[in-house]
Write a protein that binds this ligand. Structure first.
Ligand SMILES: [Zn+2]
Length: 121
């Protein structure tokens, strides 16, 4: 199943696991894994399919301006968050069901991660 829309079958061997419609639209779903923040309450990004530096370059301002709570996606694993980007425009923020009650902490974790400048998590 397409990783982005979960509606249509993915193209075999497609780099981002997408269906034809999502590939044509330039839509990509990047996954991130959150964990409890070190030495305090809240959450922090621990791993992701986009480097901290790329996240900063591409999505820092868009995450800062994002004003909706993250959606919930059943298919995501524990503490996973997904950012759907269509040709560099942030379209969707969605998280695993276990994060559904923590919308502010999820957004804070993503925004904090987008301040980082490292090449790797
Ligand atoms: Zn799709």
């Amino acid at each position: 199943m397409c990783r982005v829309c979960q509606k249509r079958p993915e193209i075999p061997e497609e780099r981002h696991g997408r269906c034809e419609a999502c590939a044509r639209a330039g839509r990509i779903a990047y996954r991130f894994r959150l964990a409890s923040a070190r030495g305090g309450p809240g959450l922090a990004v621990r791993a992701g399919e986009m480097s901290p530096r790329a996240l900063r370059q591409k999505l820092r301002e868009q995450l800062a301006a994002w004003n909706q709570p993250p959606g919930t996606r059943r298919q995501l694993g524990l503490h996973e968050v997904e950012l759907v980007v269509a040709r560099d425009r942030l379209e969707t923020v969605r998280g695993a069901p276990d994060l559904a009650g923590r919308p502010d902490e999820v957004m804070e974790a993503l925004r904090t991660a987008a301040e980082r400048t490292e090449a790797a998590w």
